[in-house]
Design a protein around this ligand. Structure first.
Ligand SMILES: *[C@@H]1O[C@H](CO)[C@@H](O)[C@H](O)[C@H]1NC(C)=O
Ligand SMILES: *[C@@H]1O[C@H](CO)[C@@H](O)[C@H](O)[C@H]1NC(C)=O
Ligand SMILES: *[C@@H]1O[C@H](CO)[C@@H](O)[C@H](O)[C@H]1NC(C)=O
Length: 228
């Protein structure tokens, strides 16, 4: 409510965006195009598959152009081409090569999603699909990302070995950390118990200790230099 509170909030927001910015700095300084983590996707013939593509630009965009193209060993063709007027509008298609393709993404609400859906997959659809984006607002900077589609007659069991290894390593590390934490707690507990016992001894055996401890600050002043 108060000005100071608002300023505090603004500062906090500024700091958090700043920190976030630091993390994202190498990634989003300019136009970026992404097809997600998977470089190859597998799909069964006759079914449909979403070919993902998103882009980001910290400068915003205007009349942004985009393409999806297909490239295999013997063919290169542009599948779909479009233009996005601005951040508040959805893409307008200028070209669509195939009825089996639908642009399913949206560019409204900062989704920046120009994914396409490919229906009735045929084996000949296997190949490289490249999503390209050009932003006039950034000196026609152009970026692209490629995803490989493999049309198969049935999905093989996905080889998860690497994922499993990573997961078990991560799990092991987390387990170890938890173990160390528990161990620390346990040791601290034991130490506290023994210290409590000692304290009891001190209090009960010597009256002098009490008076020394009773001088406030004297101990606290002594301690820091030994720490530094
Ligand atoms: C996919 O291909 C296999 C092998 O050619 C065929 O037997 C099957 O009917 C096809 N499935 C569809 C849905 O077209
Ligand atoms: C298509 O892919 C081939 C093989 O990877 C590559 O040599 C060629 O440059 C690509 N064509 C285009 C237009 O990107
Ligand atoms: C893009 O849009 C499609 C269709 O709505 C959706 O399935 C997909 O998850 C979206 N991708 C991202 C990264 O938001």
């Amino acid at each position: 409510m108060s000005g100071a509170g608002d300023r505090g909030k603004a500062l906090a927001r500024w700091l958090s965006t700043g920190l976030l910015g630091l993390f994202l700095l190498p990634m989003s300084l300019s136009l970026e195009v992404s097809v997600g983590k998977a470089t190859t996707i597998y799909a069964v013939n006759g079914t449909e598959i979403l070919l993902p593509c998103t882009f980001s630009s910290c400068f915003g965009f205007e009349d942004l152009r985009f393409w999806w193209s297909y490239n295999s060993s013997d063919t290169f063709k542009t599948l779909i081409e479009g233009i996005v007027k601005n951040e508040k509008s959805d893409p307008k298609l200028k070209l669509k090569d195939d009825d089996r393709i639908t642009l399913v993404g949206t560019t409204k609400e900062k989704r920046n999603n120009i994914s396409i859906l490919l229906r009735d997959l045929e084996f000949s659809d296997s190949g490289k699909y490249t999503c390209r984006v050009r932003n006039p607002k950034e000196k026609d900077l152009e970026h692209q990302a490629t995803i490989i589609l493999q049309v198969v007659d049935k999905l093989e069991k996905v080889d998860n070995t690497v994922t499993l290894i990573i997961l078990s390593v991560v799990g092991g590390v987390i387990g170890l950390l938890v173990f160390i934490l528990v161990l620390k707690k346990f040791i601290a507990f034991i130490l506290k118990k023994t210290r409590e016992k000692k304290k009891e001894c001190l209090v009960s055996s010597s009256g002098n200790d009490n008076t020394e401890n009773g001088l406030p600050g004297s101990k606290a002043e002594e301690k820091p230099p030994t720490k530094v």
